[in-house]
Design a protein around this ligand. Structure first.
Ligand code: URA
Length: 232
């Protein structure tokens, strides 16, 4: 990768400043002053000093987990959390959660050390669809499809939800796609239309689907291909 990207990713400076400072001799690669900040380096091999400081390159980690019910999606709590399901190496990484799930909700949860990625996945401005498989107490009335499309009024929050998509699979089973992460949103969409969610599983975030090989509680790192699904 370009050395200015490596330094920038370590949050040491902006690309513009790095270019300026490299010209002035502030960039040393493997003991030699390098004036061109677009020089290619291998961050795992090459030793880079910027303005006298060693650039400790750290690659971000991205994890997909199949969250079981009964586990909190929090990073620090007295109760069992998704972090407790990770092995020691990952537990030490200061991971953040991209879009929390209720304790009783199962399925796809993303964890990462990359703050920009977390923000992108969770920000309503990104318009990333989250897909849920929903089981309900009562038969799902077809009229709900239109209600979801219009945006359901959530009485307890005095808030009209964004338009959502509802695809009825069986009498009491449906797929729901939402683009915001409000507290209990899917449950509230149904409860405000006189039904109740009795089972909830997130199966996709954007175009990234929960990997079917993952049993509940298991996790894997995302591949480059998975990550590319989140590029603009
Ligand atoms: N909507 C909910 O009601 N709960 C979740 O966990 C996620 C979305």
């Amino acid at each position: 990768m370009r050395v200015d990207k490596m330094i920038g990713n370590s949050n040491l400076d902006t690309r513009k400043n790095i270019k300026k400072n490299a010209k002035k001799g502030g960039l040393v690669i493997n003991g030699e002053i390098v004036k061109d900040s677009s020089t290619q380096v291998d961050p795992k091999v090459d030793q880079v000093f910027y303005m006298g400081e060693f650039v400790d390159y750290f690659e971000n980690i991205y994890i997909m987990m199949n969250k079981p019910a009964g586990v909190l999606s929090a990073t620090d709590d007295k109760e069992r959390t998704v972090i407790d399901l990770l092995d020691e190496f990952y537990q030490g990484l200061n991971l953040s959660i991209a879009g929390r799930l209720d304790k009783d909700t199962r399925g796809l949860i993303l964890l990462s050390t990359d703050g920009k990625f977390i923000h992108k996945v969770t920000s309503p401005n990104s318009n990333i669809e989250k897909t849920y498989l929903v089981e309900t107490r009562d038969k799902i009335d077809k009229s709900l499809i239109e209600e979801f499309k219009k945006g359901v009024y959530i009485k307890e929050d005095n808030y009209t939800a964004r338009p959502a998509k509802l695809e009825i699979l069986e009498d009491k089973k449906a797929l729901v796609k939402v683009t915001e992460g409000k507290f209990h949103l899917v449950k509230r969409l149904f409860s405000n239309l006189s039904n109740e969610v009795v089972g909830l599983k997130r199966i996709a975030i954007g175009n990234l689907e929960l990997d079917p090989v993952l049993k509940e509680g298991e996790y894997i790192e995302l591949s480059k291909e998975d990550l590319s699904l989140f590029l603009d």
